[in-house]
Design a protein around this ligand. Structure first.
Ligand SMILES: [Zn+2]
Length: 74
């Protein structure tokens, strides 16, 4: 059990260097974005306290340069 938790934790390490573009084999549905920091398809959720959308996995905000860049929001 402990080992399993440890491996799950390892999965949650985030890219120091964010993805510069969405991988070719990724197809995003409506509302989905590519998170360049955790390399996952995610739906950014609004943080009620900060009033900004964030990745539910790594908490990067949608205002981040690379989030905007890879998702063509700029
Ligand atoms: Zn993320």
């Amino acid at each position: 059990m402990k080992e399993k938790q440890l491996s799950l934790f390892k999965l949650l390490k985030f890219n120091k260097n964010p993805d510069k573009e969405i991988p070719e084999n990724i197809h995003l549905e409506k509302n989905q974005l590519w998170c360049p920091y955790c390399s996952n398809i995610v739906v950014f959720v609004r943080d009620k306290r900060l009033g900004v959308k964030k990745c539910p996995i790594c908490s990067i905000t949608i205002n981040d340069y690379w989030v905007k860049k890879v998702n063509h929001l700029v």
